[in-house]
Design a protein around this ligand. Structure first.
Ligand code: NAD
Length: 281
């Protein structure tokens, strides 16, 4: 069994991005810029945004966070997005999710210029992903594909099972694996007999948000297991969706939590922002 070390891979990628940012500054006088819209006081959202800002800074990417109160109106956020769409120094725009219930997240995401949609949530980019065309891909599933690639795991011809079917994790993950010629099953809360599906998987990717959802008997011997889940337990510790201790000995490869997919997500955000900056006219 080999542990897929997302932390060190992410670090390596971030160093490479920092070098490319430096080159871009020298050769074209471009400093990549990221604008983040953060609404309300959700502590987890604040923590994620802080990590993203720090990562940008370390890579030499300019970032600005528009912090808005919980009571902000849809119109005011739309104005900010429109402004960022027009700002030539901003290459990437992201709206930190989840948003308070009175806001229409779909409308906000659709307002972002698809060329600045570094989270890859705009239907334009979702469509391009499904069609197998170039475009921005959501950072978490993109990070998973980078991990597989780096560890020489080729999905072609493999049975892949994705557990969780959200727009930001499961669905784009399934599309990427399908584009890489895996045979893909997608499971969700209404899937009956989950184990029947997961046991078939050569590559099992789980993004649900339930500790210990995946137990040892649900995993095929020698499988590659990627755990996207992040759950904070009462004692403050972080765990994924997979019963790591029991499942790991059965796997050929497994990602830990923390130190697996999480750090890759941030690295991919920087990567997408750099890509957007390089595409400036
Ligand atoms: P979500 O709540 O939007 O979606 C959860 C999905 O899991 C849904 O499709 C639902 O049908 C499915 N599901 C729920 N219970 C299930 C069950 N018992 N069996 C099978 N499927 C079930 O969540 P999300 O935003 O997609 O996030 C999923 C997890 O991934 C969370 O733990 C989140 O914290 C984590 N996450 C991690 C990263 C990262 O960088 N590592 C990024 C985003 C999300």
């Amino acid at each position: 069994m080999q542990i897929i070390d997302g932390k060190s891979l992410a670090q390596e990628i971030r160093q490479q991005i920092a070098r490319e940012v430096e080159d871009l500054k020298k050769s074209r006088d471009i400093t990549p810029g990221l604008a983040v819209i953060l609404v309300g006081d959700d502590p987890a959202s604040h923590a994620y945004v802080k990590m993203k800002a720090k990562a940008c800074k370390e890579a030499g990417i300019y970032s600005i966070t528009h912090e808005m109160p919980e009571s902000i109106s849809q119109g005011e956020i739309e104005e900010t997005i429109t402004m960022m769409n027009r700002n030539p120094n901003i290459d990437g725009i992201l709206v930190q999710l989840p948003l308070p219930g009175h806001l229409d997240a779909t409308r906000l995401l659709e307002l972002i210029d698809p060329r600045k949609d570094v989270d890859g949530f705009h239907p334009f980019n979702v469509g391009r992903l499904v069609a197998g065309l170039e475009g921005f891909v959501p950072c978490t599933p993109l990070g998973v594909m980078k991990m597989l690639e780096r560890y020489g795991i080729n999905p072609k011809g493999k049975n892949a099972c994705v557990v969780g079917a959200s727009n930001i994790v499961g669905k784009p993950m399934a599309a990427l694996l399908l584009n890489a010629f895996a045979t893909v099953e997608v499971c969700h809360i209404y899937t009956q007999n989950l184990a029947e599906h997961t046991r078939r998987a050569d590559i099992l990717v789980v993004g649900v948000g339930k500790p210990n959802l995946i137990t040892e008997e649900m995993v095929k011997e020698g499988a590659v297991v990627v755990d996207i889940g992040i759950n904070r337990l009462e004692d403050g510790s972080l765990v994924g969706d997979v019963d790591y201790e029991a499942v790991a000995p059965k796997c050929s490869y497994i990602t830990p939590v923390p130190g697996g997919v999480g750090p890759m997500t941030i690295a991919m955000l920087l990567q997408n922002t750099l890509t957007a900056a390089k595409a400036r006219p």
